[in-house]
Design a protein. Structure first.
Length: 132
């Protein structure tokens, strides 16, 4: 069994964990996993939710199951909320920049942190489903 905080040492293991966790969230598309060079973790949403271009990148100290879960949660939110996908992939101008930063720091990150760390699904359309 994989501990949520244990570092994942291989790309194969990271891909397996991504598949497992994507299934738990019922993601439309299992994202491609990239191993970053530095200490980084981020989700890269595609402009269209059915695109094969969904990716997550995890590098260095961030190659852990709980961070895979965290980044996948962001993609699930984009799946369920097309306006968020639009804001984060194509919003331009100072107003969109401010809206994106506020949405990210005060809504998206706390929700993803709760799911990645504790498995608590807040902010998803199917909140009544038992957390796995």
């Amino acid at each position: 069994a994989n501990s949520a905080g244990r570092e994942v040492t291989s790309l194969t293991e990271l891909e397996r964990i991504t598949l497992e966790e994507s299934e738990k969230l019922s993601l439309k598309v299992v994202p491609q996993v990239n191993v970053g060079d530095g200490n980084e973790a981020f989700a890269e949403p595609a402009q269209e939710s059915n695109s094969w271009k969904e990716t997550i990148a995890l590098g260095g100290i961030f190659r852990k199951r709980n961070l895979v879960r965290h980044e996948l949660f962001h993609l699930k939110r984009f799946d369920e909320n097309p306006h968020l996908r639009t804001l984060f992939t194509s919003g331009e101008g100072p107003t969109d920049y401010v809206r994106r930063k506020l949405q990210y720091f005060f809504v998206e990150e706390p929700l993803a942190l709760m799911y990645g760390t504790f498995g608590i699904k807040i902010g998803l359309k199917n909140n009544l489903e038992e957390s796995q």
